[in-house]
Structures are given as C-alpha cells and as structure tokens.
Ligand binder design. Structure first.
Ligand code: CP
Ligand code: NVA
Length: 309
C-alpha cells in the first residue's frame, strides 16, 4: 500500500502557510531555470501529475503541462465535469484514488473549501491553481517578474487598482511575507477577503486599502490590476461590478500620475477597455507577456518545492 510517508511532499495552497525562505527559493529557482532551462531538465523523470480543473484556463494549464513535460514527468488533464466527480463521486474518494496513481495534483476549483477537503484526504501534494479565494502560483510568477525587473522585491511599492478578488487576496498574503509596500485602491463594496487581510496585518504587512486612487499611484514602482468580473462571479453581478469599478480603470491618464519607471502587470486574461486600456497594456511599461512567460518557469520551481526535490 502506498501511504503519505512514501510521498514526502508539501502542499502549495496559500502563501501565508508557507515560509519566507522556501518562497524566496522558489522565486530564485524560477529565475535560474529561466536563464538556463537545463537546470530543470528531467528533474522529475518517472513522476506523474494530474491537473484537475473545474474552470477555464489558458496560461495555468499550458504552463503546468509544458513545465511538467520539460521536467521529464507525465501529466493528465482532467476536467471535473467529464470525470466521475461530475457525476457525484466524492472528493474524498477522488483524492484517495488519485493519491495511488500520481505524485501531485494541481487543482483549479471554484470553491476553496473543496480544495482543502481534497488536500485533507490526499496523500500527495496539492497545488492551488486558482480558487475563489486565492491564486498563489500567479503571484509567485509576478514576484519573479518584479525581481527580474528591479533586482529586489522587498523595497518595492506596489499599487493594486480594482476588485478585491482572489488575485488581490494573494497580493495581500505576499506583502506580509516579502515585506513590500502594498497600496490598494478598492471600492468599499468589493473589499478583499477579511481573514487574509487580518492574517497579513498580524504579520506586519505594510498594507493600505483606500478608495483614493491617486494616492496609491503616486509612489508606485508597479501598478497591478485584474479583471473586474472573475470566473467565480455570478453573471447577475456583472453589470453592477462594472458600474462600481468604472473609475478604477488603469488608463494613460492614471499611469502618467505614477513615477516614470513604474511598470504595469496584469495576470491576464485582460478585458481591454474595462480594467485597462489598450494604450496601457500595449505600452512599453507593460510587462504582461513576460509575466505570462514566467508562469512556465515558476511552475517548475513550485513543483520542485512540492516534491521536495
Ligand atoms: N492568469 C491565469 O491564471 O490565466 P488562466 O486563467 O488563463 O490560467
Ligand atoms: N480574478 C480572475 C483571475 C483569472 C486568472 C478570475 O478568478 O477569474
């Protein structure tokens, strides 16, 4: 029988549950493999992974599949709807069975609690590939992009403009660990997840949340936004959210209020003309495609961390 001790792995579910040294090592390994892909070649020969997704994905799916292939491992993509989960098989049985086949499961799930239920029943590492509450793999790629660009993370001033969603929540978690200053402009009705904000504040995060967009922009090294309507939002909330967020668009007028060398990041997919204008996302300040590329490199580092290799 295969048991947890045969797979000495670690989960990657929420940044605040991980330690700073490990997270820094992940960022650094991401940069190393970007510079020299041979560093990761065949690191995981004979390993297998499952991507278990219940939401659409372009970047996360492709970057994990390609990373796994370049690591010399094998990957199976499973859509919850076309697996037996879609016919009501329990999360517990699914986790137990998958633990007998593969070395790790990468899950995109609409409901964070279900991901936790899966990991509680899993004997192998579970990686959070986005839930309604957080998106840690994305923020690790973003941090790698910042380090690549500025040579540091902790001295930076990051401005978040927009919805208090899963990506915003994860920036909050990261701020307490990486010690950068995080100034967020978020409408009062769309505030981030309170529990994560409280944990970050308890851990001395340098975090401000305000509705004064100009104050957030002024001293930013990096301006970040995300879609106004997330995959997990109800279709009925769509128009209302767009109305609430209409003044939070990152456009040229806003960008020009920041310092001349501030960069623009967006995890993508972008809704051009809503949270960001073409002019900004296509400008030389925008590093969105480097950021997307870095998903590939950082996934290798996250997998290496999870398998304790
Ligand atoms: N940024 C991101 O997670 O993109 P996908 O939804 O395409 O995976
Ligand atoms: N906040 C977005 C991120 C997509 C990568 C969503 O959850 O849809």
């Amino acid at each position: 029988m295969v048991s947890r001790k045969d797979y000495p792995g670690r989960n990657f579910i929420n940044l605040h549950e991980l330690n700073k040294e490990d997270l820094n090592e992940i960022v650094n390994f991401g940069l190393e493999v970007k510079a020299d892909a041979s560093r990761s070649k065949d690191l995981m020969q004979n390993k297998s992974f499952i991507l278990l997704f219940d939401k659409p994905s372009t970047r996360t799916r492709i970057s994990f599949e390609v990373a796994i292939s370049q690591l010399g491992a094998h990957c199976t993509y499973l859509d919850t709807k076309t697996s037996q989960l879609g016919r009501g098989e329990s999360i517990k049985d699914t986790a137990k069975v998958m633990s007998r086949y593969v070395n790790g499961v990468i899950i995109r799930n609409a409901n964070h609690d279900e991901l936790i239920e899966f990991s509680d029943n899993s004997d192998i590492p579970v990686i959070n590939a986005l839930t309604d509450l957080s998106h840690p793999c994305q923020i690790m790629a973003d941090l790698m992009t910042l380090k690549e660009q500025f040579g540091t993370i902790q001295d930076l001033n990051i401005a978040w403009i927009g919805d208090g969603n899963n990506v915003a929540n994860t920036w909050i978690q990261a701020s307490a660990i990486f010690n950068f200053k995080l100034n967020m402009a978020i409408p009062k009705r769309l505030m981030p997840y309170k529990e994560y904000e409280e944990i970050a504040k308890k851990n001395n995060a340098n975090l401000t949340i305000t509705q004064d967009i100009d104050s957030v922009i002024k001293s930013a090294n990096c301006i970040v936004t995300d879609t106004w309507v997330s995959m997990n939002d109800l279709e009925t909330e769509r128009l209302e959210k767009i109305k609430i967020l209409k003044d939070y668009q990152v456009n040229m007028e806003l960008l020009q209020k920041s310092s001349g060398d501030a960069i623009f990041l967006h995890c993508l997919p972008a809704h051009r003309g809503e949270e960001v204008t073409n002019e900004v996302i296509d400008s030389s300040r925008s590093l969105v495609y480097d950021q997307a590329e870095n998903r590939l490199h950082i996934q290798k580092a996250i997998l290496k961390y999870c398998l304790n290799i």
